[in-house]
Design a protein around this ligand. Sequence first.
Ligand SMILES: Nc1ncnc2c1ncn2[C@@H]1O[C@H](COP(=O)(O)OP(=O)(O)OP(=O)(O)O)[C@@H](O)[C@H]1O
Ligand SMILES: [Mg+2]
Length: 580
Amino acid sequence: MEIIKVKDLTKKYKIKNTGDVVVGLNNVSFTMNEGETLGVIGKSGAGKSTLLHILRGIEEFDEGEATIDGVRLTPDSPSSDFSKVHKKTAMHSQRSFALWGQSILHNVMRKICAAQKGSEELPEQDSTDYESIKDEAMEIIELVGLKNKYKYYYNILSGGEKQQVLLARQLAFKPRVLLLDEPATMADPITRKNIIDTIKKIHEKLGLSTVLVSHMPEVHEYLSDRLIMLENGCIVNEGSTSKVLEEFTRQITEPVPLEPITSKTEKIMRLKNVYKKYRLVTSSELVQTIEMKSINFSIPKGIIMAMIGPSAKGKTVLIRLLGGIEKPDDGEVLVNVGGEWIDISKYGRKSIIARQKVEVMHQEFGLMYNETISEQFAYRLGLKSIETIDRAMAQAEELGITDLKLDVLYRLADLPEDEAKAALKKMGLEADIFSELFPSFPETEARNVAKPVLEALNLSEDILDRHTHELSCGEEVRVAIALHMVSKPEILLLDEPFGDLDPLSLRDVLNAIKKLNKELKTTIIVVSHQLDAVKEIAHEAVFIEAGITRWGEPEEVCEVFLERMREIEANPEEKEIVTN
Ligand SMILES: Nc1ncnc2c1ncn2[C@@H]1O[C@H](COP(=O)(O)OP(=O)(O)OP(=O)(O)O)[C@@H](O)[C@H]1O
Ligand SMILES: [Mg+2]
């Protein structure tokens, strides 16, 4: 029996600023049988998420129709029909990190409450309501394979485990159709296998009809009964999984060669006797302390270095230390600025200069919501230009703002937006003072500087006039990377930047990174779980588990990592400790 029937579906987006029309879907037709898993593949911007949003009943469309479990939607359908579709479906959204900062159990219980009562508020801890919802939640948690961790807090879960929790929350709705948008990104190869095993298990146990959007060929190979391939909003290929995958992967462009690093004698950064202790609240009963002791290493100028290692074991902490946004408890974080070694963690005039040379892209980055992309380029370029810094220093002096305070402010520019806002508030300052001290670049100039960077990432120039929500996820990731490249930093720190990219766009990004490194000798440090990407772009790799435990050729270090992951998998007790 058909559970989904889509006929001549067309969706056009109107860009707010320019009135231009962008094609989301163009005359798409297909059917899906009950119990089937239909895979959807296509490169970034092809229309995959658009299709899922329509099937979810949360996106209107321009032409055609979509029938989901007997409810027919047309462009003129009343909103009550869209709500009916909404109730029949559940969706795992792409790049969603929206979880409560609580235990897995409470996260799932809250969704059950929402499904039953329309609000995510939990009942009183000792009530019978609480107990029955808990039992239901535990069943789902077991189904997604997180039973042993149900007490764990959100903050210590790996990217892959967060996705498992998001899946569990969707099952709380007991949907008729499950819509999955990139459920297996942000994970190392072993965790990825766990996630797709979980999806398989859910499918076998519940027989749920599933539409699976993924740009990972191996995910479709394992899960999809058949595939459709989208391109510019059209179905360009459909049929057996293997046939369509072959067609898709054939389009991946060639890698440009990595420029060999000729000399490693000149160093750009140096960590000296760094000691860092941080606490992880792991569950309501447990707080774990992680120590990174006496870290000493120097980073050669012009290198691309990859950092790999198990989750929650310090990769992000290390990136934040190197970016000067986190202070070590002891030791020095030195940056070579024109031959002088400056400690970026000691706030003041000098570290402002060091900071200007560094760009940090965070794992859970967010672009600004209310600004267009070109305004965001203008802002970033303003922040990281040396002229701005000179002017800001003069202005700060006039305003009676000390160098220390100015640096503390300047540091906010490298923090994720939420953290920066919270810090400003804590300092009792308004966002205005920030834009006064660090004004944006003139926009026409910013556009000109941005264009070649966008082009290198295979993004069209008209993206500059859009707002963030007018981009597909892969476009958003590439814009974020472009924003951190555009000021031509001497040091570029990237924390898991590849998670949401299809293999075609990933190749564009990897090529752009290699090009930047070759042309400007930019030192690039990248944290990634994607070992193939690491092998392609890194001159050297380091393995991190509470400090640096191995440094060498990428091939060799990736093998060390996989070996360690297998060891952790095979030893449940260790698994607890490491994911803790
Ligand atoms: N709200 C929006 N407003 C304007 N244009 C949009 C909007 N959402 C998506 N688009 C555009 O529609 C096209 C399809 O986007 P969609 O998000 O469906 O792509 P996708 O296949 O999911 O890509 P990705 O792999 O990057 O997630 C893209 O060109 C995108 O820029
Ligand atoms: Mg998408």
